[in-house]
Design a protein around this ligand. Structure first.
Ligand SMILES: Cc1cc2nc3c(=O)[nH]c(=O)nc-3n(C[C@H](O)[C@H](O)[C@H](O)COP(=O)(O)OP(=O)(O)OC[C@H]3O[C@@H](n4cnc5c(N)ncnc54)[C@H](O)[C@@H]3O)c2cc1C
Length: 401
């Protein structure tokens, strides 16, 4: 089991962090995940444990109280956590993207104000681009901010906020035409606002309502919500980076590291599905022998393990590229695309290996089967990844004739 998805060249510190997280996953997440998921219950005890381990501050610089670790360390931790329960990795993911955006693009005052409490897990982040009428086409955002003295007034509706209820800081992308001449390209007239709010549902701040949890087929436990802004007043110093018109680029930067993260989640879920499949195949007998002894099942296991290995290698490559300071949009797009597709396939094969029992809620694979599809959509669908990959390839391999 331990042979798959190994990562060469890790430091002692990275190995120590990973072994602590793996231990936590085996003892505190796997035994309770399916029960919590079936009850759609927020995993408070697990979140408290992650806080104690310092995971909410894993990539936040040490000067702000975080562990200052690399994207690779972060992604490998996410892989472990998703192996236990994908929803838990979702709780960390939006927090991590918002912290990353603050670190990269925030003013000094914004970093000082938010990052230490984010590192401690006392402020938790959500990020919000999608609206009821758009997800892939971010440039079509209709929510709007209008300047009024030292404040902006925000109006509009947002959709699909992971951690929308439990977070206390939401990075919200809206259109802000203020200061930008008529005819400015859509992506140059967008601004990220740092919106502080009370955790919970209903009117969580004057002008800001989180209606309730969206009922989902999987990815339960973690709350996914809408967000309604109706005359929401935000001070000008809560524009990320202090300057309007940069929101699109800030969000895309965040989503790029988020894609490595989703790839890591695909790797973790696929690993768990393989573990469940390979174990079941040695216990279940048909025609006088364990099904693992039928060549058709062995071939399935071989394909599953090969996909687990390939996805892990691509995810690690994408994380290392970003850590080296290079642009990684191509590698992150490829890793996200491949890992999420392979995850779905490996989970389906493990489900088939379980025969009828895979359909029973008593077996963990039933939960994984409902969770894997979310990875095909979040942080950009397969089609969007292929658009990014294709565009980048044409830049790299420009026709020289
Ligand atoms: C559980 C969950 C959690 C989420 N969490 C968040 C979050 O925290 N924050 C947030 O902002 N968003 C979040 N999202 C939204 C997610 O990012 C979007 O659902 C996703 O980007 C797809 O957008 P869409 O649903 O509007 O689909 P659409 O954009 O309407 O796409 C529909 C279909 O058309 C395809 N398509 C679209 N454009 C093209 C094209 N040009 N060429 C070819 N095919 C195309 C897509 O690939 C897809 O198959 C979440 C979604 C889910 C389900």
């Amino acid at each position: 089991m331990a042979r798959l998805a190994q990562t060469a060249g890790l430091t002692d510190i990275q190995q120590e962090i990973l072994s602590t997280v793996r231990d936590f996953v085996d003892k505190e997440i796997i035994p309770v995940a399916t029960g919590l998921e079936h009850r759609d219950e927020y995993p408070q005890a697990i979140v408290d444990g992650l806080k104690e381990l310092g995971l909410f501050g894993l990539m936040i610089p040490e000067e702000y109280g975080g562990l200052g670790e690399s994207l690779l360390t972060y992604a490998l931790c996410v892989e472990e956590i998703a192996r236990g329960w994908m929803s838990v990795s979702g709780i960390i993911n939006t927090h991590f993207i918002v912290a990353y955006m603050l670190k990269q693009h925030g003013t000094q005052e914004q970093k000082d104000h938010f990052l230490p409490r984010m590192a401690a897990g006392d402020i938790r982040g959500a990020f919000s681009m999608s609206e009821p009428g758009l997800g892939s086409d971010v440039s079509a955002i209709t929510s709007k901010a209008v300047k009024d003295g030292d404040e902006y007034v925000l109006n509009g509706q947002k959709m699909w906020l992971t951690n929308g209820g439990t977070s206390s800081l939401v990075a919200v992308l809206v259109r802000s035409d203020e200061g930008h001449p008529e005819g400015t390209a859509p992506h140059k007239s967008m601004t990220t606002f740092l919106v502080e709010k009370e955790p919970g549902f209903g009117e969580v701040r004057p002008g800001l309502t989180i209606p309730g949890k969206i009922d989902k087929m999987g990815y339960k436990g973690v709350d996914t919500t809408e967000l309604i802004m109706d005359g929401l007043r935000i001070p000008a110093d809560r524009v990320l980076g202090g300057v309007t018109g940069r929101g699109f680029y800030q969000m895309m930067d965040g989503v790029e590291v988020g894609r490595v993260n989703v790839a890591a989640r695909g790797c973790g879920v696929a690993q768990r599905a393989f573990e469940l499949g390979v174990q079941y195949a040695q216990q279940r007998h048909t025609f006088g022998k364990p099904i693992a002894q039928h060549q058709a099942i062995q071939f399935k296991l071989a394909e599953m393990a090969t996909k687990v290995e390939a996805a892990h290698a691509m995810m690690v490559n994408a994380a290392r590229k970003k850590d080296s300071g290079e642009r990684n949009d191509l590698e992150a797009g490829m890793a996200k695309y491949l890992a999420s597709e392979y995850c779905k396939e490996v989970v389906e094969d493990a489900f088939r290996i379980h025969g009828g029992y895979g359909f029973s809620k008593e077996y963990e694979i039933e939960r994984l089967y409902r969770e894997a599809p979310m990875l095909l959509i979040g942080e950009g669908t397969a089609e969007i990844q292929k658009m990014i990959i294709g565009r980048r390839l044409l830049e790299e391999y420009r026709f020289q004739g």
